[in-house]
Design a protein around this ligand. Structure first.
Ligand code: FAD
Ligand code: NAP
Length: 313
């Protein structure tokens, strides 16, 4: 019986591992289906992790985290968790290899994944001009021209953010009306260095060995336009990795919002006692490494208190 099972080994899960073990829980296992580190390991450069100055890749940033946790006793199992369920006070961790572990508490941090828009060159240039994170990568295009794909709140808000950094921002949207809140759309329309490219879909992003140099967009009349840009930011929605919370009857283990995010309170507690949710998968997540790590620490402290209380009875 584990004191705590941690699902996901990104910044949230690894920090939860550090704080639970260092905080006194003896039996803690982190279940991670791939290499620990999370989605940030796919980023070539991080500039906004406090205290880490100079150029560092996501891979290098995350490299020491597992070792630091293991020093305090965190066990790591490389396996995909297929489902987390609860019977009485006991959580069951159902694993891809068919076995089941038991735990007094669970901290889940399985992250999210930005949807791909599906144009030619999107995968080829991902991380070399194509990005899904303006907070992360916008600064690399300071004074340059970029394109934003999408017409939702994220696309509009991120375009406004980019417009403060970049010379010009083209918003390529497939319709002429927006999902985004009307006041946000008004702010976009009032921003001098944003150009709306409406009724248009991205056909292809192209470039050279250095990265992206342009985008080909096609409008509803079939007219193709080439736009010179160095960066393309796609904001076409997000999928939360919440599958492990789906029960045999198709319901979720805990309360979720209609976007598939886990509803938590300020202590990362879900609607189920002993189950904590952290990082990109929780409501109102800033979707940053530093905030995911912060969530992991908060959840760990709560899990320690929960297990202490549970075992004292
Ligand atoms: P994740 O990092 O997504 O980790 C979740 C982990 O859970 C993954 O390792 C996954 O393999 C594992 N997992 C999922 N499902 C299962 C399962 N069923 N069983 C077992 N394991 C599972 N943030 C910044 O602060 N600065 C940046 O510059 C920055 N740049 C970015 C660049 C890119 C290209 C991307 C994609 C993101 C960037 N981010 C950046 C955002 C940052 O990576 C995320 O906010 C952060 O990683 C979220 O951490 P997390 O622990 O919640 O989830
Ligand atoms: P979203 O609302 O689903 O919008 C996605 C946008 O991408 C839509 O405009 C969609 O076009 C477009 N799109 C989807 N697939 C595409 C493709 N393959 N090619 C080109 N365009 C494509 O996603 P989101 O903006 O990330 O927002 C998600 C949720 O979070 C929403 O509920 C949103 O309100 C909320 N949110 C709120 C705030 C806030 O309140 N401040 C901030 C951010 C997000 P169509 O419009 O034609 O479908």
């Amino acid at each position: 019986m584990l004191d705590c099972a941690i699902i996901g080994g990104g910044p949230a899960g690894l920090t939860a591992g550090l704080y639970t073990t260092r905080g006194g829980l003896d039996k803690v296992t982190m279940f991670e289906k791939g290499m620990p580190g999370g989605q940030i390991t796919s980023s070539s450069e991080i500039e906004n992790y406090p205290g880490v100055t100079g150029e560092i890749s996501g891979m290098d940033l995350m490299m020491p985290w597992p070792e630091q946790c293991q020093k305090f006793g965190l066990k790591h199992e490389m396996v995909e968790v297929t489902r987390v369920s609860k019977e009485g006070n006991i959580f069951k961790i159902h694993k891809g290899d068919g076995t089941v572990d038991e735990a007094h508490s669970v901290i889940i941090g399985t992250g999210s994944r930005p949807r791909r828009a599906g144009f030619t060159g999107e995968e080829q240039y991902f991380g070399r001009g194509v990005s899904t994170c303006a907070t992360c990568d916008g600064f690399f295009y300071k004074g340059k021209d970029v394109a934003v794909i999408g017409g939702g709140d994220t696309a509009m808000e991120e375009a406004l953010y980019l417009a403060k950094i970049c010379k010009k921002v083209y918003i390529v949207h497939r319709r002429d009306s927006f999902r985004s809140a009307p006041n946000t759309v008004e702010r976009v329309k009032r921003t001098a260095n944003i150009e709306l490219v409406l009724n248009s879909i991205p056909e292809e992003v192209y470039g050279d060995a250095m990265g992206v140099t342009g985008i080909k967009v096609k409008n509803s009349e079939g007219v193709i336009r080439d736009i010179d840009i160095l960066g393309v930011f796609t904001f076409v929605g997000n999928d939360i990795n919440n599958q492990v919370l789906i029960q045999e009857d198709g319901t979720f283990l805990c309360a979720m919002n209609d976007r598939g995010e886990v509803i938590v309170d300020i202590s990362m507690r879900t609607s189920v006692a002993g189950l904590f949710a952290t990082g990109d998968m929780r409501i109102a997540a800033p979707k940053q490494v530093v905030s995911a790590a912060g969530d992991g620490a908060v959840a760990a402290l709560q899990a320690i208190a929960y297990v202490d209380e549970l075992l004292s009875h």
